[in-house]
Design a protein around this ligand. Structure first.
Ligand SMILES: [Zn+2]
Length: 293
């Protein structure tokens, strides 16, 4: 049913209109999570035919030097650092497109798990995002999830993969453990924002300049912490597109699907879907799907 809705919207001409009249002179940022190789092949093929993919760095340079960007510029990002992202390396090399992946610094290269993927709390994830961080961790512990514990199966990229990928892929920070930052105490938020940058820089020799706020949630305090830590950008999932004048700590991003449905991708990448979804002041869904790949 949903796929039919996307098909209808796609062929209504709305995505075309958005692309040619709204996105044309703006910079769109897309958010993927854990799309599989086959679907990524299709998705990147569509995106490279319809948009001009640029790197996050190129956008930052344009903002800082007030230089021009191509029409319909688009930045591809991934959140979390899921282990399946490694399988995308051949596709990324083949298409020769810049991609930024935001890593959870204390989950990568360990067998720690992403809390929101913990099966027993699947139905509670949205509720757990709304409570203070310490309370969330206590609730998770009741269901057998411990933030620092290492499990059997690895969910995040490891150092060997990251070292191979970093020649082709830009890695940036998505905090340490993916808490909801506004639910953290000052000390917790500082550790997540400042600490993750240090870990990524020291352990992977990366230049960390951008923070992707977990779940797209941030407060003024978190922006101040990011600035103090030396970040240049903060990326949200607030609906919209970017220009050379957009606040670099409130960059807007469009959440897209991790499936191979190109009708859905066309509708979401154009911003039509988020536009329709956020019309009543509702927050754009973060877009994480449990589809693995
Ligand atoms: Zn995330």
């Amino acid at each position: 049913m949903k796929s039919l809705i996307f098909k209808i919207i796609r062929y209504s001409g709305l995505p075309f209109f958005f692309r040619e009249f709204i996105q044309k002179n703006r910079v769109s940022i897309l958010l993927f999570h854990n799309i599989n190789k086959k679907d990524a092949e299709k998705a990147f093929d569509y995106i490279t035919r319809k948009y001009n993919v640029i790197s996050l760095q190129k956008y930052i340079d344009a903002v800082q030097n007030n230089t021009k960007l191509p029409k319909k510029a688009l930045i591809i990002t991934f959140d979390d650092g899921h282990v399946s992202n490694y399988n995308l390396l051949p596709v990324i090399k083949k298409h020769q497109i810049p991609v930024t992946i935001f890593l959870c610094a204390s989950i990568i290269n360990t067998k720690r798990h992403f809390w929101f993927l913990h099966e027993p709390i699947a139905s509670m994830v949205e509720d757990l995002k709304k409570i203070p961080n310490q309370l969330r961790l206590k609730e998770l512990e009741k269901s057998g999830f411990v933030q620092e514990k290492e499990y059997e199966i690895r969910e995040a990229l490891d150092k060997i993969q990251l070292d191979e990928m970093k020649k082709w892929i830009d890695f940036q920070s998505h905090t340490n453990y993916h808490p909801i930052l506004p639910q953290c105490t000052n000390a917790e938020a500082a550790d997540e924002i400042i600490g993750s940058k240090k870990i990524l820089e020291n352990e992977l020799q990366l230049n960390i300049h951008t923070l992707s706020y977990p779940n797209g949630d941030y407060s003024e305090r978190d922006i101040e912490l990011a600035k103090t830590a030396g970040y240049i950008c903060g990326i949200t999932v607030d609906y919209g597109y970017n220009t050379l004048n957009t606040d670099l700590f409130r960059l807007k991003r469009l959440s897209v699907n991790d499936t191979g449905d190109i009708n859905e991708l066309a509708v979401k990448a154009s911003g039509v879907w988020a536009f329709l979804k956020t019309r009543n002041g509702r927050k754009q869904p973060y877009g994480f799907s449990r589809v693995s790949g």
